[in-house]
Design a protein. Sequence first.
Length: 321
Amino acid sequence: MPHIRMGFASAFVASILTASGAFGQDYPGKPIRFLTSGIGNSVDFAARLVAQTMSTNLSRQVIVENRGSGPLLSQTVAKAAPDGYTVLFYGSTMWTMPLVQSDAGYDPINDFSPITIVATSPNVLVVHPSLPAKSVKELIALAKTQPGALNYASSGTGASNHLATELFKFMAGVNIVRINYKDGARASADLISGQVHMIFGNASFSVPHMKSGRLRALAVTSAQPSVLVPGVPTVAATGLPGYSWGSMFVMFAPARTPVAIINRLNQETARVLKQTEVRDLLLNAGVEGVGSSSEELATTMKSEMARLSKVIKSAGIRGDS
């Protein structure tokens, strides 16, 4: 009798594994939807590029739907059927937003199944040329000598340039005053005119102004030098050891999506990102293609949430502050 029970259990497990594999092979049987943020930003560009190439590879349509920024986008995907046909294609704001807004309405860890880190985009620490600091080390020294005298531009609470600067302040132990803008164009104008001293801008914004001489680049926020800003050293190597920051473009499915489908989406995205043309187009948009494992995304998200929660609490960042 024990042998019969063991044989039945083995057969049952085998049937589950076979069914799971078959499910992954049959997927997708209808169009896949990538839900992303607003039209025209770098996340939208990456989502459309991946969707277009994946559609060709799968011979099945992958549709990009723009739902705007904010918690509603992630909430919508979290509540969708876990069948692999509704995918969140968003920035790392997905997991920083609940740290800033207590009423975000979703749990980044428990409400989603990680798929992959599609790409990363570092920030560049740029200052107005009138600022007497030619390196990160000199900037930190200046800020410590004159607490509260320096200021920086940000484009919204919880935005990449906001959190990048607050992480810098937290690690360096300096007081640099935040000037928050709802209009990115106004922030750029004030920075270039010298009314604001610095910004941790994205590469697509920073590089043209660096080349024209309107702004001076001190460092890039990635852990290693970036091909997006050749010749620019890292923050960590020039005055603040251990510092690293970068926006991530990520893909998540609703929690409880079958592993076979998660693996298929991961493999298909990696296949897209291996294409030279795709990688070049991303670089031209200020983004570096990655294509991580789902496990790496899960680990990265948890470690980043733990790290940033300390910064956000220390800075008193809440809601639209």
